[in-house]
Write a protein that binds this ligand. Structure first.
Ligand SMILES: Cc1ncc(COP(=O)(O)O)c(C=O)c1O
Length: 303
């Protein structure tokens, strides 16, 4: 039997509400748009950005049980879960996509997970794809010796996480007319849109190819709030070939943005959303006078 441990997230001293910084960038100002950076990357040095907002409610729900979660070999979510485990004294188990990785040296991201005490289990890709099927999940948990564990889905997006992200919208509702952010599972957007309230719109930039995200977001909102909520939309044009894909132009854009505004730009998600906003401003997507908040949902990983 595991004993429940009390968990008070304020002991981790998060910086909340996260800072909101207005920056001057002529690519926006010439269209009459004010650009604000919502610095969720500054909430906590290890539970960075949307990881704080999504993980903390789940760690509370875990009530001291070991936490099992899922991710690819470079998953930000796995690293954040492992760090949370170390900080809170919770056992963590990471189920990693790709059993071929088991025989190779750990990459820097997985090495960090292991150093933080996460037990890593590598599973073949077919099993990994079926991980939400109850029978497959039961086998994975049994093989990991984690049948009593609290399960957090891949990317950390479940109803508790989506409700946790509502606070992001609540922090912004009086300061921004439109809010944009990058989407993986869409969990952060699902919560943000609910917290923003009437008259505000949320814009998601999917970093994966596929065009399937809208249904996923509606399902997450239904699970979290009983139905679709808030004014949100997706612009599917800025995935740059898919997850973790990039181009020289995107890399140059990110480096230039860092130089102009003095913040580190995470490349897998944040860079694509900022690039999208520059294009959208140029296309006239935002009426003059719009206060446009870009959510900095993460920071680059430095091994
Ligand atoms: C830095 C960063 N931004 C955005 C996202 C996308 O979040 P979501 O899966 O909630 O759409 C992720 C993935 O969790 C991320 O690591």
């Amino acid at each position: 039997m595991t004993r429940p441990v009390p968990f008070d997230s304020t002991t981790l001293r998060p910086r909340l509400p996260s800072p909101l910084e207005e920056v001057t960038d002529e690519r926006f100002t010439r269209h009459g748009v004010r650009l604000l950076l919502k610095r969720d990357d500054l909430i906590h040095p290890e539970l960075i950005g949307n990881k704080w907002r999504k993980l903390v409610p789940n760690l509370e729900a875990a009530a001291g049980r070991p936490v099992v979660t899922f991710g690819g070999a470079y998953s930000n979510h796995l690293r954040a879960t492992a760090a949370a485990g170390r900080l809170l004294g919770l056992p963590t188990i990471g189920v990693v996509r790709g059993d071929e990785l088991a025989d190779r040296p750990l990459n820097p991201s997985l090495a960090r997970c292991a150093a933080d005490g996460m037990r890593l289990r590598f599973v073949d890709r077919a099993t990994y794809r079926r991980k939400t099927d109850p029978g497959t999940l039961a086998v994975v948990l049994r093989d990991a010796d984690a049948e009593d564990a609290y399960v957090v889905p891949e990317g950390g997006s479940n109803a508790a996480a989506v409700r946790g992200c509502r606070a992001l919208g609540e922090e912004l509702r009086d300061h921004a007319d439109a809010v944009a952010l990058a989407c993986g599972t869409g969990g952060t957007l699902a919560g943000l849109a609910a917290g923003l309230g009437p008259g505000r719109r949320a814009l998601g930039i999917p970093v994966l190819r596929g065009g399937f995200l809208g249904d996923g977001i509606r399902a997450l909102q239904t699970e979290a709030f009983g139905g679709p909520v808030g004014d949100w939309q997706l612009d599917e044009r800025f995935h740059f070939g898919g997850y973790a894909r990039t181009t020289p132009a995107l890399e140059e854009f990110a480096r230039d943005f860092e130089g102009r505004h003095g913040l580190p730009v995470e490349r897998l998600y944040v860079a694509k959303s900022l690039y999208a906003l520059v294009v959208l401003a140029e296309e006239g997507a935002f009426p003059r006078g719009t206060r446009l908040a870009a959510v900095v949902t993460g920071a680059p990983f430095t091994p």
